[in-house]
Design a protein around this ligand. Sequence first.
Ligand SMILES: Cc1cc2nc3c(=O)[nH]c(=O)nc-3n(C[C@H](O)[C@H](O)[C@H](O)COP(=O)(O)OP(=O)(O)OC[C@H]3O[C@@H](n4cnc5c(N)ncnc54)[C@H](O)[C@@H]3O)c2cc1C
Length: 418
Amino acid sequence: MSQYDVVICGGGVIGGSVAYALSRNKDLKIALVDYKNPGNASRASAGGLWAMGESTGLGCGVILFKTLSKQLQEGADVSQAEGMKPHIMPKPFFDLAMMSNAMYPALNQELLEKHGVDMKFEKTGLKFVLFDQYDRIYAEHIASAVPDRQQHIRWLDRDTLLSEEPNISREAIGAMEFDTDHQINPYRLNDAYVEAARQNGVDLYLNTKVTGIERQGNRVTAVQTSRGKLDCGMIVNAGGSWAEQISLWATGMQMPVFPVKGQVLVSEKLPKILNGCITTSDCYIAQKDNGEILIGSTTEERGYDTSTDLTLLKQLAQGAMKSIPQLRDMNIKRCWAGLRPGSPDELPILGPMPGIEGYMNACGHFRTGMLTSAITGKLLNELVRGEPTSVDITPFLYDRFLNESGDMVGEYHLEASL
Ligand SMILES: Cc1cc2nc3c(=O)[nH]c(=O)nc-3n(C[C@H](O)[C@H](O)[C@H](O)COP(=O)(O)OP(=O)(O)OC[C@H]3O[C@@H](n4cnc5c(N)ncnc54)[C@H](O)[C@@H]3O)c2cc1C
C-alpha cells in the first residue's frame, strides 16, 4: 500500500500537465494513474494551439457550429447569412485560452532544456481561407466580435494569400489570419508532460485502471487501482470523457462530461506544402513536424463509439482537396476517431466539488484541451496548494451546473451552448 499527497486519475494531456505543474517544487508525493481507454482524446488530437481561432468559432469550432446549426435549423426559417453567424466563446474562456497560449514558448523551452523532451512547438498562424461571400460574412462577424484583439488579425487578399501559401487553390478569394495561433505535436506534448513529471519524481502507474475511490465522511482518502490501493490526501479528476465515473466514485455526484467524437485523417509524409495551419468552413488542415498532412475533424455525439466511417472522412478529404488541389494525389496513411471530453457550455470544469474535501476537477476540456492544458496545470497546482488562483475560476466551477436546491441541471449534449 502506498501513501500519496495527490493521486491524479487520468494521464492524458490534462492529467500530465497537472502532474508536471505539481511536481516542479518536488515537495509533494504524487502518483499519476492512467489506462489508455480507446478514444483517449490527447492521442487523437490535431495539436492546434488555436487560441483566437477556437474562441471565435474557427478551427474545430466552425465544424461544430455548422453541425449544430444544421441540426437546429432543419426546417427553421432563417436567412443563410444569419445561419452562418459564428459561435464566440464567453470572455472568461477567451481570456483563459489566450493566457494558456502565451505560456507555450517558455513551457516549450523549459521542457526541452530541463527535461530533454520536445513538444514540437511551431509558430504557424491560423488562416481562415475564404472561398465565397458567406465565408467572408462569417470572418467579418468574427473580426467585429473581438474589437480589442484587432492587432492579431491580418486580412490577406487573394494575391498575398497565394504568395504565402502557393499550394492553396486559385479559387480562394483571400483569408483572415490570427497571428497568435500555432501548433504542437499532441503525442509529444502529452509525453513531454508525463516524462518531465517522472523526472521530477512523480510515480507513474501506466496501463493501470482506477477501479474505485474511497471516502471517509466527506473526505476522499484512497484510490483503488488494478495494481492496488493508493492512500492519498487529494485526488485530481483528469479522466477526460470518463470523468463522470471518477466523480461518481469519489463524490457520488454526476458530472456532465460526455464524449464528442472527432474523426481525423492523415496523409503519408509529404514535402512541405503548407507554411501555416489553415481552416476552412469544410475542415482544418495542418502539416505536422514530420511532414504528414492532418485533416480534421468531425463533431459527433455518438457515445463511446470510436469507429470511423467513409462518408464523413470522404467529406473531410474533399474539403481538403478543394483547398489544396495537389492533395488529390496524396495517400491516406491513417484515420481515427477520438473522444473529446465535452461539457454542456463547452467550458472546462475546474476546482473543487461542493461539500467534498480532497477532490479537484480538471475535466471537460472539450476541443481545446491541448491549448488549455498549460493553464490548467498552473491553476490546479494553485488550487491543490490552497493558494489564490491566477485566474478567477468562478466561471469554470462545477457549481454552475447546480440549481438553488443543489441538484445538477447540466445537459449531456452540446445544443445547450448555442
Ligand atoms: C479529433 C480531435 C481533435 C482535437 N484537436 C484539438 C486541437 O487541435 N487543439 C486542442 O487544444 N484540442 C484538441 N482536441 C481536444 C483535446 O484533445 C482534448 O481536449 C484533450 O486531449 C483532453 O485531455 P484529457 O487529458 O482531459 O482527456 P484524455 O486525453 O482522454 O485523457 C484522459 C485519460 O484518462 C484515462 N482514464 C479515464 N478513466 C480512467 C480510469 N478509470 N482509470 C485509468 N485511466 C482512466 C483515459 O483512458 C485517458 O487516457 C481534439 C480532440 C479530438 C478528439
